[in-house]
Design a protein around this ligand. Sequence first.
Ligand code: ATP
Length: 235
Amino acid sequence: MLKLIDVSVKYGSFKALHSINLEIHAGELVVLLGANGAGKSTIFRTISGLLKPTNGQVQFMGQSIGGWSPNRIVKSGIAQCPEGRKLFPEMSVLKNLVLGGYIHRKDKSAIARSLEHVFDLFPVLYDKKEQPAGSLSGGQQQMVAIARALMARPKLLLLDEPSVGLAPLVVEQMFLTIEKINRDGTGVLLAEQNAFAALQIAHRGYIIENGHLVLEGTSETLRDNEEVRRAYIGA
Ligand code: ATP
């Protein structure tokens, strides 16, 4: 479904990604593990069209999307839930969600169906739909951010560190929901520092260090790998 072929990205003269080769098949849940500054968000911004690769190709559903605008990329079926949520805190939960359905704005029934879908997934958001998004708990705000991305009805959902700053119990619930979103048919690329939890739900994973993909494998293989355990799981 998504393929990065030899993708390199620079910020000015600083090379943040070095010849990245990464693939996500339809229906897969793939985790991207790496320390702060390794390049996870840069990969996400490149896939969603916020950054242009200086080299290589980004392909989605057989098309090269490397030079496409972010809006066109969302329309093609990729939605991103960015690091740090980036909600509009003064606006109601409902308005934040409707913004996520922007590409369907001319089709009121599509928006209504998407709202029904996300409220089904996150019932607490229905109860709080008129409240300012910023008044919700951290976990609930993260739900709004994921739900907002789902409003575009993506084939592939990019989740950039959704567990940051959340209590362990909330993280556990969040990961169960991500697993459910994937089981319902949406491909997921999940960037995480919480390697243990992420490898429990992912099919496969990649490890990124200093802009280089250094290892890839099934979740089981990565969980059993000595170096991965030492560096990312702490066991
Ligand atoms: P984090 O979890 O801290 O967000 P990350 O793995 O997502 O880490 P990136 O944000 O992709 O890492 O950063 C990769 C590298 O690119 C880092 O060295 C970072 O300092 C650098 N970088 C990121 N954004 C910019 C920018 N706008 N301009 C210059 N350098 C940047």
